[in-house]
Design a protein around this ligand. Structure first.
Ligand code: LMR
Length: 337
């Protein structure tokens, strides 16, 4: 009898807490009139369960909570709203207020951003963060302002690995194969030095291109490789860590200038916090996916040997010389320092 009473009291308490919580949330949302509410449409091209996808949702939830519903961040994953090649234009026209493209996707307009595509530029995540969070990142963001674009943060995906329909163990194995690349001349040159061809394709078309043999291979961080199921159509994967893929989280400056100061502060602080979280998550996912791929044993995984890596580096050196002028010696020196 006594235990029934205790159970009833607990149920009652849970009910009261839930109802109060819900009604408080509902009240908060109601108190925000439609005119006051700020909608941020955040468009991206990767799956929801990638580091970028989860971080975008986390950012949306935290900002909504911390502004008591004054800001609603609507996240559109998987190219559902805008595809590669469309999202930047959509941001310029303020049809979306936030995007987080891979840095390579900015290089058509801002060639200096190609620096991040240089092969073997960073040894580890810390190196990449030093550049992105330091003067180099600041200078690169400054360039975007002339187009009314504001950089809010740099997120990670991680180090890229190469995959193909053939084993990729020696440099010679690349000869004659065609690789899908993001739109960056540095990436084109990288594969060309290895004797391979390239084809620029938007991310949402890569699976099909691999499936029908339009391209033989691709380079991706593991979380992208796995969440887009590339392992189903790529029997060989080489862990090469030969390049880095990071994201520029961007907003439209005209939109941003219209955001009240108190809200800006909340957004900026939340972005800082989510950026740290996202970077840890990216690293975690790339490690986890590797172990999942090993267990699944569908794709044959090859770990690039140190002497092969040295050869790759040697063969890819001319890419630096080719792009020093476009990227700027100054930026390269700053990264080296
Ligand atoms: C790609 O096109 O490979 C990447 O930019 C996708 C992404 O956003 O991670």
């Amino acid at each position: 009898m006594r235990s029934i009473k205790v159970t009833l009291i607990i149920i009652l308490l849970i009910l009261v807490t839930t109802v109060t919580g819900c009604s408080k949330r509902a009240r908060d949302m109601e108190q925000v009139s439609e005119n006051e509410r700020i909608i941020i449409r955040f468009s991206h091209v990767v799956a929801e369960n990638t580091p970028k996808g989860i971080a975008a949702k986390r950012f949306a939830r935290l900002v909504q909570e911390r502004t008591n519903g004054r800001v609603e961040v609507q996240v559109y994953p998987n190219s559902t709203l805008y595809k590669d090649g469309e999202e930047f234009k959509a941001l310029l026209e303020n049809n979306v207020q936030m995007i987080a493209p891979a840095t390579a996707k900015l290089t058509n307009m801002f060639p200096q951003w190609q620096v991040f595509d240089l092969p073997f530029l960073f040894n580890d995540y810390q190196d990449a963060h030093n550049a992105m969070d330091g003067v180099v990142g600041q200078e690169l963001f400054k360039m975007l302002e002339e187009r009314n674009i504001l950089g809010l943060a740099m997120w990670d995906n991680g180090f890229k690995q190469v995959s193909a329909t053939h084993p990729l163990e020696k440099v010679e194995d690349f000869r004659g194969l065609t690789f899908r690349i993001m739109p960056s001349e540095v990436l084109e040159s990288q594969f060309s030095q290895m004797g391979a061809y390239t084809k620029v394709l938007p991310f949402n078309e890569v699976y099909r291109a691999l499936q029908i043999g339009e391209v033989d291979g691709a380079e991706n961080p593991l979380s992208n490789f796995f969440t887009k199921k590339f392992h189903q159509v790529q029997p060989y994967l080489t862990i090469s860590n030969h390049g880095y893929l990071g994201y520029a989280v961007l907003t439209n400056k005209v939109f941003w200038d219209g955001v009240p100061e108190d809200i800006k502060t909340i957004i900026e602080n939340t972005m800082k916090e989510v950026t740290e979280w996202e970077r840890a998550e990216a690293e975690r996912q790339n490690v986890m996916v590797l172990s999942d791929l090993q267990k699944m044993n569908i794709t044959k995984i090859y770990y690039l040997k140190p002497q092969e890596k040295r050869r790759w580096r040697e063969i890819l050196k001319p890419v630096y010389a080719e792009f020093t002028d476009e990227i700027g010696q100054d930026i390269l020196n700053k990264i080296e320092n």
